[in-house]
Design a protein around this ligand. Structure first.
Ligand SMILES: Cc1ncc(COP(=O)(O)O)c(C=O)c1O
Length: 415
């Protein structure tokens, strides 16, 4: 079959990220392969932050004066940009939060508390980030609910053959990563959403990693909640998104109480404002949220399909190059089942030593358990090294990663 890949000019895209042209203290141009932890920022995002602070900054949803109005308009434009990105029905379904972790805690506490009874089940998977495990453990302890973990196949995909054993009428929430931050595995969201709904469970996608690589249409897939962080999406730190179907947001309790989120305050109780204000207590990350919009516009201008095609070619290249290295083991499935993340160990080398030696060549990777201790236990390792790619990475950088690993092997006397 002859597939035509969408046009993508990596050099033109790279030019938009000033940090990628900034030498480090050794005068080197760094090779940034830690995008899974956080992505670099394009000039349009940096400019938007400066613009907001220098031209019209004020607190949000409070002032009728010109700056206040402008800030509100900018925030609502971002809310609309997020709505359109995920094809949500209403922009009131988009809540600004501090990030994925905060969003998942808000759902677990705010919805879990109203729904969960002793013996009810929450279904997660063995490859979840701690942000999609610990909030559920906290609410499970508070309510007497039980957490179950869908197992993985040998090659690191979800074991869907066991799904019917794990998904029962006791299951009230199913919360799954849209893309594993270690294995890169991309689950079949549509299938999982349908299966969760068939037993009456709420289906949540932790899209912290997947948002920038996999398009998601909430209406088509039927997911109930999606959460993600701005900083992994070429946007600012400190802002994230919680999307929830409006009827769920109405039913859900707020985690934080304070200004802006109330309808009426009485001496002994308060009533809540309508969503999204109900979940945006206090002063929200105003400028960060505003500066998320140019990141969304940039990604949409290029198109997730083109971005994904480029990243997939980097992934295939990286897996081919790394597989050639003696003693190197890659974790996770074949490229067609995953996004552009390659986690590996090198026999005889501690992941931290390896990451340290790669840094000597200007290669930035992450080492450790990547907030996935359950997954690392399952893999039988305590740590790994992770190279995670973004659309500004190049094939030359992949070659340099492989060369730097070879140099590290020599340095560690493994070659
Ligand atoms: C899959 C996944 N979920 C959740 C998070 C947490 O995101 P944040 O630290 O932005 O809240 C991360 C961050 O690495 C992640 O990779």
């Amino acid at each position: 079959m002859n597939i035509t890949l969408p046009e993508f000019d990596v050099e033109a895209f790279r030019k938009q990220f000033p940090i990628l042209h900034q030498p480090d203290s050794h005068g080197r141009q760094v090779i940034y392969l830690d995008n899974g932890a956080s992505a670099q920022k394009p000039q349009v995002v940096i400019d938007k932050v400066v613009e907001a602070y220098t031209k019209y900054y004020a607190n949000a949803y409070r002032g009728v004066y010109e700056f206040g109005q402008r800030i509100d308009d900018e925030l609502e434009l971002t809310r609309e940009a997020v709505r359109s990105l995920i094809n949500a029905e209403r922009k009131e379904e988009i809540v600004f939060t501090p990030g994925t972790t905060a969003s998942l805690n808000m759902i677990a506490q705010g919805y879990g508390r109203t729904v969960l009874k002793p013996g009810d089940e929450i279904l997660l998977t063995l490859m979840e980030h701690h942000a999609n495990i610990v909030p559920w453990q906290i609410i499970a302890e508070q309510t007497g609910a039980v957490i179950r973990y869908l197992p993985l196949t040998e090659d690191g995909r979800l074991d869907l053959e066991q799904l019917s054993d794990y998904l029962t009428e006791k299951t009230k929430f199913v919360s799954v990563t849209g893309m594993s931050n270690v294995l890169g595995t991309i689950p079949n969201i549509q299938l999982l959403a349908s299966a969760a709904h068939a037993v009456g469970a709420i289906f949540i996608v932790d899209a912290a990693q997947s948002m920038l690589h996999e398009a998601i249409d909430v209406l088509e897939t039927g997911v109930d909640f999606i959460v993600f962080s701005g900083h992994k999406f070429y946007g600012p730190t400190g802002v994230g998104v919680l999307y929830g179907r409006y009827q769920h947001l109405e039913q859900m309790s707020p985690l934080l109480g304070g200004g802006h989120m109330i309808d009426r305050v009485f001496e002994d109780h308060s009533t809540w404002a309508d969503p999204p204000a109900k979940f945006e207590a206090g002063t929200i990350p105003i400028v960060q949220a505003i500066a998320l919009r140019p990141a969304i516009e940039l990604v949409r201008e290029i198109g997730l399909e083109a971005i994904r095609a480029h990243e997939q070619s980097l992934l295939v290249h990286a897996m081919d190059a790394l597989r050639e290295i003696p003693g190197l083991k890659i974790y996770g499935p074949a490229p067609e089942h995953k996004g552009a993340i390659v986690s590996f160990t090198l026999e005889g080398a501690h992941p931290q030593d390896l990451a340290f030696l790669l840094n000597r060549h200007g290669v930035c990777v992450r080492h450790g358990h990547h907030c996935t201790m359950l997954l690392h236990d399952h893999l039988g390792i305590s740590a790994s090294v992770r190279a995670s790619f973004a659309a500004y990475n190049t094939h030359e950088e992949v070659d340099k990663l492989a060369e730097a690993i070879q140099a590290a092997r020599k340095r560690l006397r493994l070659a």
